[in-house]
Design a protein around this ligand. Structure first.
Ligand SMILES: Cc1cc2nc3c(=O)[nH]c(=O)nc-3n(C[C@H](O)[C@H](O)[C@H](O)COP(=O)(O)O)c2cc1C
Length: 361
C-alpha cells in the first residue's frame, strides 16, 4: 500500500487533504465533521479582531463553479477562543489557524490563539502588485510566534514576485489560491444579481478555477524553496494528484466540501492512494514535482497526430463534432474513428474530449 502521509513542518498528516478556510471549518463542530470526513489536518476559518458582517445571500452555485461574498468569520475572536478552538483541539488533528488581515490585527490575534495552533495561515486578498502589506503581515506574524506561518495568496498577484518576497520575509509556507474575482451572476427570473453584496459581486471558486490554481502552484513551487499547499477547484483525487505533480506538499478543499459534504476529504485521499497503488508508486514523494521536471519552457510547433485505440472507441461522435478541421471521420467497418493526417492541425482537442481514452497523444 502506498504511503500518503505528509510531513508539513513538524506536523504529521495521515493524508495530504485538508479543509480550506471557509464554511466547512466555520466553528468547532464543523472541524469535527471534517475529522470524521477524513481530513489530514484542520485549517480553521479566517478570524480577525472583529466578527465579520456578511451580506446575504452570499453563496451561489454557478455554471462550472461557485461564487461567494463571504468575508472572514462571523464569530467573534472571543467566541473562537472560549468555545470553538478548544473544540477544534479535541479533534486531535494538526491545527492551522486562519488569521487576517493587517500587521496590527495579526499582532493582536496571534498571541491570544497561539496555544490552540500548530501553525498559522495568513489570508490575503490582494489584487494589486505591491507586496508590502503581505510582507508586513508576515513579519508581524513571525514576530509574534515561533510556530510555522504560511501565507495564502490571491491568484491575481504576480505569483513569482509575491512568493519570493514572502519567503524573504521569513514565511514558512505558501498556500494558493484564494478565490478569483470579482465576478457576477444574475437571476434570470428577477434580473437581479444572485448575491447580496455591493453590486452583487462575488468571488469564484470550485472547478472553474482549477487550471488557474494549478498554474499558480506550479509557478510558486519553482520560485521558492519552502512548502507550497495547493487549493482551488479540487473535487477528486485527480486534481489533488496534479497539484502534487506540480510540486504541492499537500492540498486544501473548500467548495467541493460545501457542495458534497465532509466525506470528500476521505474520498479524495482514497483516490490518491489508489492512483499511487495502480501506478506502482510507493509514496507521494515519487510524484511530487514531476511536472516541473518534464515541462519544457520552449513551445512545441510540431504537429502530433493522435493515436487511436479502436477497442476503446464507442463511435459516440464527440470528437468528430468538435473537430474544427474536419479531420476525423467514422470508419464504420472498424467501429472506430480515423484521422486524415493532412487535415489534422494537431490542436489536441479531440484527445481531451474523448471520454473513453480512445485517443491519445
Ligand atoms: C464560501 C467561502 C468562504 C471562504 N472563506 C475564506 C476565508 O475565510 N479565508 C480564506 O483565506 N479563504 C476563504 N475562502 C477561499 C477558500 O479557502 C479557497 O481558497 C477557495 O475557495 C478555492 O478553493 P476551492 O475551489 O476548493 O473552494 C472561502 C471560499 C468560499 C467558497
Amino acid at each position: 500500500m502506498a504511503d500518503i502521509s505528509v510531513n508539513l513542518f513538524s506536523m504529521l498528516l495521515k493524508n495530504p487533504v485538508m479543509p480550506a478556510a471557509g464554511p466547512p471549518v466555520k466553528d468547532g463542530e464543523s472541524a469535527h465533521k471534517a475529522k470524521e470526513g477524513g481530513a489530514g489536518a484542520i485549517v480553521t476559518k479566517t478570524v480577525s479582531v472583529t466578527a465579520a458582517k456578511v451580506p446575504k445571500p452570499n453563496m451561489a452555485q454557478v455554471k462550472s463553479g461557485f461564487m461567494n461574498a463571504e468575508l472572514w468569520s462571523e464569530l467573534s475572536l472571543e467566541q473562537w477562543i472560549n468555545q470553538e478552538y478548544p473544540k477544534v483541539v479535541e479533534t486531535g488533528l494538526p491545527i492551522i489557524i486562519g488569521v487576517g488581515y493587517t500587521a496590527d490585527q495579526i499582532k493582536e490575534i496571534i498571541p491570544k490563539v497561539e496555544k490552540f495552533a500548530n501553525a498559522f495561515e495568513l489570508s490575503t486578498h490582494y489584487l494589486g502588485n505591491d507586496p508590502t502589506p503581505m510582507i508586513e503581515s508576515i513579519k508581524a506574524a513571525k514576530g509574534s510566534t515561533n510556530l510555522p506561518v504560511m501565507v495564502k495568496l490571491s491568484p491575481q498577484v504576480d505569483i513569482p514576485t509575491f512568493s519570493k518576497e514572502a519567503e524573504k520575509a521569513g514565511v514558512d509556507g505558501i498556500v494558493l489560491i484564494n478565490s478569483f474575482g470579482p465576478t457576477l451572476d444574475i437571476n434570470l427570473d428577477t434580473g437581479k444579481p444572485l448575491l447580496g453584496s455591493e453590486n452583487g459581486y462575488g468571488w469564484l471558486s470550485g472547478q472553474a478555477i482549477f487550471p488557474l490554481a494549478l498554474r499558480s502552484v506550479f509557478e510558486a513551487v519553482r520560485s521558492v524553496n519552502i512548502p507550497v499547499i495547493g487549493v482551488g477547484g479540487i473535487t477528486t483525487g485527480k486534481e489533488a494528484i496534479k497539484m502534487i505533480m506540480a510540486g504541492a506538499q499537500a492540498v486544501q478543499v473548500c467548495t467541493a466540501a460545501i457542495l458534497n459534504g465532509s466525506k470528500i476529504y476521505e474520498k479524495i485521499a482514497n483516490e490518491i492512494e489508489k492512483y499511487l497503488n495502480d501506478h506502482g508508486y510507493n509514496s507521494l514523494n515519487d510524484i511530487r514535482g514531476i511536472a516541473q521536471k518534464s515541462s519544457k519552457k520552449e513551445p512545441n510547433f510540431d504537429i502530433i497526430i493522435p493515436n487511436i485505440k479502436d477497442e476503446n472507441c464507442t463511435e459516440c461522435g464527440l470528437c468528430i463534432r468538435s473537430c474544427m478541421y474536419d479531420a476525423i471521420h467514422l470508419e464504420k467497418n472498424v467501429h472506430s474513428v480515423r484521422i486524415y493526417d493532412q487535415k489534422c492541425s494537431g490542436c489536441g482537442l479531440c484527445v481531451t474530449r474523448c471520454n473513453f481514452n480512445a485517443l491519445t497523444l
